[in-house]
Write a protein that binds this ligand. Structure first.
Ligand code: PLP
Length: 335
């Protein structure tokens, strides 16, 4: 593997299955739609963070850490997965919940991911704003300093874009995995579509594929920032990830494909296209996608099919990055 030299903790059940979504493909009448079930990575409801955390927890173990600290949104799958990973390796864990989504009902704060974090006994902190990555990270670094003085060995999983994206290594692995799965049976894939949030999944897949000589396009659907801000984030990360794995090649700017067509009104907020995508997946396929990430990403895929943008493709592969517990924080979906 391209990532062999990095310390790694085993967390994810892999390889995750690839399946055809026959009913959704028929309904849309465009390319065949296939799905890679990274919601089935197994760690406390699964999702993409299980793959990413393998490398952070690997480094934490190497440093002899006894406490994991991490910050993100209240309904964050990253926090829930980090709590589970820490527990699996016998560590304490402190999470900081940021106020990132306006006007949410009480279920958002008490059900789904925050419920699971409490169940696993995480220590919870609050952070009053949701768009201050530096500030939120710094609060965690200060807390880590405090713990260090008390004799603990803390490890902070950082959030802000300028930190080395160690978690992308998990998606370099996923790229290699899906190339071995892209075969006779499914005929191979002409495009990969994934949610693009921190950009770690998007970048890991893109660099991993190119480093293995594959030119399959990777289309990111913006779930957090608009297209131009997200472009900067993903493009700059491609250089860092290439460097990490010692790949001498380069990702061109034209290779970073993004759309923010289904992002409005913003992170973690519903719109008609997202509600439609969630309902189509549930009713046509018995497949659960969430309001924050995979529902938005699937809405983006549907948008690309309907606008004819992917009319020349035979087979699309949608990455189901997980997130299903967040459904319980959005009761209005069935009201
Ligand atoms: C975090 C997350 C994403 C976004 O992945 P990034 O690597 O941050 O871009 C997508 N889907 C789900 C369910 C997530 O939890």
């Amino acid at each position: 593997m391209l990532t062999d030299k990095f310390p790694r903790a085993i967390l994810a059940h892999t390889p995750t299955p690839i399946e055809k979504l026959a009913n959704l493909s028929n309904e849309l009448g465009g390319p065949e739609i296939w799905i890679k079930r990274d919601d089935c990575t197994g760690l406390a409801f699964g999702g993409n963070k299980a793959r990413q955390l393998e490398y952070y927890i690997g480094e934490a173990i190497e440093q002899g850490a006894d406490t994991i600290l991490i910050t993100s949104a209240v309904q964050s799958n990253y926090l829930r997965s980090a709590v589970a990973a820490a527990r699996k390796y016998g560590m304490d864990v402190e999470v900081q919940l940021e106020e990132r989504v306006p006007d949410r009902p009480s279920e958002y704060y008490h059900s789904g991911n925050p419920y699971l974090m409490r169940l696993m006994g995480a220590k919870l902190h609050r952070y009053p704003v949701g768009e201050d990555e530096e500030g939120a990270d710094n609060a965690m670094f200060e807390r880590a300093e405090h713990l260090r003085k008390a004799g603990k060995v803390p490890y902070v999983v950082p959030l802000a874009g300028h930190h080395t994206p160690i978690g992308a290594l998990g998606y370099v692995d996923c790229a290699e995995e899906l190339l071995t799965q892209s075969n006779e049976k499914n005929g191979g894939f002409d495009m990969i579509i994934t949610a693009s949030g921190s950009g770690v999944t998007h970048t890991g897949l893109l660099v991993g594929l190119r480093a293995r000589g594959s030119n399959i396009p990777v289309y990111g659907i913006c779930v957090r920032r608009d297209q131009s801000a997200q472009f900067e984030r993903v493009f700059s990360k491609t250089k860092l990830v290439a460097q990490m794995i010692g790949w001498g090649g380069e990702i061109l700017s034209s290779d970073v494909k993004l759309t923010d067509a289904t992002l409005a009104p913003g992170y973690g907020q519903l719109n008609a296209a997202v509600e439609e995508a969630i309902n189509m997946a549930a009713r046509l396929e018995g497949l659960l996608v969430d309001p924050v990430y995979t529902g938005k990403a699937l809405a983006g895929l549907i948008h690309l099919v309907r606008t004819g943008e992917v009319a020349d493709k035979r087979r699309l592969l949608f990455i189901h990055t997980g997130g299903t517990p967040a459904l319980f924080g959005y009761p209005e979906l069935v009201e």
